[in-house]
Design a protein around this ligand. Structure first.
Ligand SMILES: *Cc1c(COP(=O)(O)O)cnc(C)c1O
Length: 388
């Protein structure tokens, strides 16, 4: 039995709701299913204003537009993240200043954050890697002290918390993704912009409606609508929102199954773990466990391990592949990417590079069974034990 890395989960109602959306005769965006999904997020997580988008990338681009950056303004982004986190701000003319990861996990290192701030810094973009919260109190304190905006890249972080607060509710603005590799999907591609700061609500709606005040017109607040600002086409079609609605109705069930799978991995593999805080010299023989700090919850977006070296990671991925199990690695450090290396200021980001070389993601999706997780763990233990 081949085990893929990811498989999109269908709750059963997706096609039914998509059919309903077609039957309703309103196919374009901002219809009944879009409003239902947005209200769900606002009520469940206390987000001030939610706007569905066609992708997480789009939601990040809207965040960057709302920050109203001037050429040369600086935005602090972790180097260990997906391209879109940086690109959204770069395309607004900002200079991206890459931050290193923490030693204990791939999230932005709040302790060295302040050393990156200059008079041109405008925004900090924490990415909640694997759905595990960044140290938001520390980040918000630095942001307040220097009067900066905080945009949470919560693409992986649906239904996850920092000291009991939902991720995505803490920064001024936040972006979620409903791509098919995330915990819930809007039918392959989708996203959500969250506006927590009242100052950005009106402009958020205008950017979303292609630079027009159409939303105000439909609420009867103005008697005609027209072109009032920048904008683009960020709304998903109703059939995508209908798909997402079916997933939202089953969110608790999806989350509890994913957590059971995650815990099964953790318990089975825990004999192999060494502390990620151990100096790397002392970790030559061991494997780093996924790290969940006391302030963070686990939304079971991802199960990852870190290896003592690139070679050892490559060998494990090969061993799993020979046994029909697809494990994958990511990200390549953005600061040394083909597109950005010559724009980077030359600082070394050693923790980021270490994750780029040594982190591996194991299969994680709703339809995976506990037996399959046990099988994968057995393959890993067979491979590791003789190497120790
Ligand atoms: C998935 C992801 C994105 C992009 O989301 P899309 O919906 O694929 O555009 C951005 N940032 C992070 C951290 C992600 O994991």
């Amino acid at each position: 039995m081949a085990i893929p890395f990811n498989k999109p989960h269908l709750t059963g109602k997706e096609v039914h709701y998509m059919y309903q959306a077609v039957f309703n005769g309103k196919l374009s965006g901002n219809g009944e299913y879009t409003k239902r999904c947005q209200a769900f997020f606002e009520q469940r997580y206390g987000f001030r204003k939610c706007l569905l988008t066609t992708s997480g990338t789009d939601a990040l681009e809207m965040c960057a537009m709302l920050c109203d950056l001037k050429q040369g303004d600086e935005v602090i982004v972790p180097s260990y993240t997906f391209v879109s986190t940086a690109l959204a701000f770069l395309r607004e003319g900002a200079k991206v200043v890459f931050a290193d990861s923490m030693k204990r996990n791939p999230n932005l290192d709040a302790e060295t954050l302040e050393s990156l701030i200059t008079p041109r810094t405008k925004v900090i973009v924490p990415v909640h890697y694997a759905g595990v919260a960044c140290d938001m109190d520390a980040i918000m304190t630095v942001a307040q002290k220097h009067n900066l905006l905080v945009v949470e890249d919560a693409a992986q972080a649906i239904d996850s918390y920092y000291k009991g607060k939902p991720l995505g509710s803490i920064g001024h603005l936040s972006a979620f993704s409903f791509h098919e590799t995330k915990n819930i999907t809007a039918g392959g591609e989708g996203g959500l912009l969250v506006v927590n700061d009242e100052r950005f609500v009106r402009r958020g709606e205008i950017l979303w409606e292609k630079g027009t005040n159409r939303a105000e017109f439909f609420r009867g607040e103005v008697n005609k609508y027209g072109w009032v600002d920048m904008g683009s086409s960020f709304l998903p079609a109703e059939i995508n929102a209908a798909f997402l609605w079916a997933q939202l109705e089953n969110l608790d069930e999806i989350q509890s199954k994913r957590k059971a799978l995650w815990n099964c991995y953790y318990e089975n593999l825990s004999p192999l773990f060494e502390s990620p805080l151990a100096p790397s010299g002392e970790r030559e023989r061991g494997i780093g466990a996924p790290d969940i700090p006391d302030y963070a919850s686990n939304n079971a977006h991802m199960f990852y391990l870190t290896f003592p070296s690139l070679d050892k990671r490559t060998a494990l991925i090969k061993h799993l592949k020979e046994n029909d199990v697809m494990a994958v690695f990511h990200y390549l450090s953005l600061h040394s990417s083909a597109y950005y290396a010559d724009k980077h200021d030359g600082r070394e980001l050693p923790n980021c590079d270490r994750y780029a070389d040594t982190l591996v993601r194991l299969p994680m999706y709703y339809d995976l069974s506990l037996e399959e997780v046990e099988h994968i763990c057995t393959l890993i233990k067979e491979h590791i034990s003789p190497c120790l």
